[in-house]
Design a protein around this ligand. Structure first.
Ligand SMILES: *[C@@H]1O[C@H](CO)[C@@H](O)[C@H](O)[C@H]1NC(C)=O
Ligand SMILES: *[C@@H]1O[C@H](CO)[C@@H](O)[C@H](O)[C@H]1NC(C)=O
Ligand SMILES: *[C@@H]1O[C@H](CO)[C@@H](O)[C@H](O)[C@H]1NC(C)=O
Ligand SMILES: [Fe+2]
Length: 475
């Protein structure tokens, strides 16, 4: 066949395979400079009173959502580590006692970080809680999720690479208007490692006070990014994740994990698996073994929605961090396809991007199949690294846009996944509102196990056409 015809065939092919061409949105929203909010700004205010608990945050405390871990810092002395709680405001029937620790980072001396487990909670219930600290005690509330059930509706927020700039504040404020009930956090919290010496610890503290307005009232499920590593040999600090692991806790033992850096929880109708891009994950490592076992524990009859979180995206067409996710893709993509993961969220790249359902599992160094192809069993890959940190946006996408890339835009924002029942979830990327009516990315996500996915059936037909056309070319 002549080159000319080949070209036409391949253009025809790719439009068949992927339907609508991907969109690179040229929209550029106005933004604040990518600099951190000054230390004396009110978003970092220290609560009043001697030894008042600050940096209050909660996360899921068990496998199925009947426990919460409350964490906070007392600055002046250890204090009691006690939380009083109950389902009536001001009347606390229960009390739990946690533990505390303190540490140094270079010459910075941390406050006392407390972690306290509230367990045996009722599902779908509003709890009020008081962190005990004499006259300076503080009170908050949270709502437990519904019991694990295939049709339990639940709305998740998804935030990555947040940092502590005015863009971060805008993202957080917009997120808090979304009505979402828990945050899936994609790594890179404070960006404190952009500072030196004692300021590193100081900026970990400010970040936690900044996000308290949300983290004290709803669980944030943490995953770790490169800015959590804090490898700083010039000041003698070489223990990976030291600040992060002292301050942030996860219910990893409940999912039989051996490290707080990878774990999973079940919440309403979702099974959420959190991976760590910066811990060993190749074959025979602890994380690899654990994921192998955990995927077998997933029961789509109980939790139809299988969601994976990681920091480094496996599919990314931005110049920033291009192909950094290849090593994890080589290790895990086959499992994700085999287990029909619904969606994989990542951060790291400071922009937004969504893929079609594609896989590159046929590729190995000798196969010759070196292109991602439509694959109805594959997850949707979504990068939400656009929280708004001081490194700014990753505005340079690679051209041309790869066929597998459905939508990409370099603006700050967050996403929501509004699970309606076992078959339907409404996904929405929310660019930080700028008063202009411009389409953002929204679609119905059909469940990979239960859903009647019309698009999938279409793809099947296209696969067939692909092989016919491939035969044509070969002959
Ligand atoms: C923890 O705090 C105590 C004071 O309560 C102090 O004596 C100790 O040195 C601190 N430990 C570290 C590792 O900073
Ligand atoms: C690599 O691909 C070739 C050709 O598709 C296949 O025969 C072989 O089994 C693959 N190797 C592995 C290790 O998957
Ligand atoms: C699931 O939710 C979708 C969207 O709200 C709705 O159209 C559909 O009828 C629901 N299915 C069931 C079985 O309730
Ligand atoms: Fe990152």
């Amino acid at each position: 066949m002549e080159m000319h015809h080949l070209l036409i065939v391949s253009v025809f092919l790719s439009s068949l395979l992927y339907g609508d061409a991907g969109i690179t949105s040229s929209f550029v929203r106005s933004e604040w400079p990518a600099v951190d909010i000054p230390l004396d700004h009110h978003v970092f205010n220290v609560p009043k009173g001697y030894n008042a608990p600050q940096q209050v945050r909660i996360t899921q405390g068990d496998y199925d959502g009947k426990a919460v871990i409350v964490s906070w810092v007392t600055p002046d002395e250890p204090g009691s580590s006690k939380v009083h709680y109950g389902s009536v405001q001001g009347k606390y029937d229960f009390v739990a006692k946690g533990t505390y620790s303190n540490y140094t980072f270079y010459k910075y001396k941390s406050g006392y970080t407390h972690h306290c487990l509230l367990s045996g909670l009722e599902h779908d219930t509003k709890y009020y809680y008081k962190i005990e600290s004499g006259e300076s005690s503080r009170e908050f509330w949270f709502v437990t999720p519904p019991a694990v059930h295939p049709d339990a509706a639940y709305k998740f927020g998804i935030i990555g690479d947040l940092g502590q700039t005015f863009n971060s504040l805008s993202t957080l404020e917009h997120y808090m208007q979304s009505g979402a009930q828990a945050v899936l956090f994609l790594g890179d919290l404070s960006y404190a490692d952009r500072y030196k010496y004692n300021d590193v610890g100081v900026r970990w503290d400010t970040w936690a006070r900044f996000v308290e307005r949300s983290t004290a009232y709803q669980p944030w499920l943490w995953s770790a990014g490169n800015h959590e590593v804090d490898y700083m040999p010039y000041m003698g600090e070489v223990t990976p994740f030291k600040n992060y692991l002292e301050r942030y806790t996860t219910p990893y033992l409940a999912s039989k994990s051996s490290s707080p850096l990878w774990y999973s929880v079940r919440r309403a109708s979702a099974h959420i698996i959190v991976l760590c891009s910066y811990s060993p994950f190749v074959k025979y490592t602890a994380q690899w073994h654990w994921l192998d076992e955990e995927l077998k524990r997933v029961d789509r009859e109980k939790t139809p929605w299988l969601i994976v979180l990681m920091h480094v995206p496996m599919y990314n067409s931005n110049e920033a961090h291009f192909m950094e996710g290849e090593s994890m893709r080589a290790a895990f993509e086959e499992w994700f396809v085999e287990h029909k993961v619904d969606v994989i969220f990542a951060g790291h790249v400071h922009a937004y991007e969504r893929s079609y359902r594609i896989s590159n599992v046929r590729y190995n160094i000798s196969s010759g199949d070196r292109y991602p192809v439509p694959d109805k069993s594959a997850p949707v890959y979504i990068t939400v690294g656009d929280g708004g940190n001081q490194e700014g946006l990753a505005a340079r996408f690679r051209e041309p846009q790869p066929d597998y890339s459905a939508f990409r835009e370099a603006s700050y924002g967050h996403s929501t996944l509004d699970i309606k029942n076992r078959t339907h979830a409404i996904y929405h990327w929310n660019r930080n509102d700028d008063g202009k009516k411009v389409a953002t990315d929204e679609f119905v996500l059909y469940n990979q196990y239960w859903g009647k996915n019309i698009r999938r059936r279409k793809l099947k037909k296209k696969h067939y056409i692909k092989s016919v056309v491939a035969d044509l070319i070969a002959n």
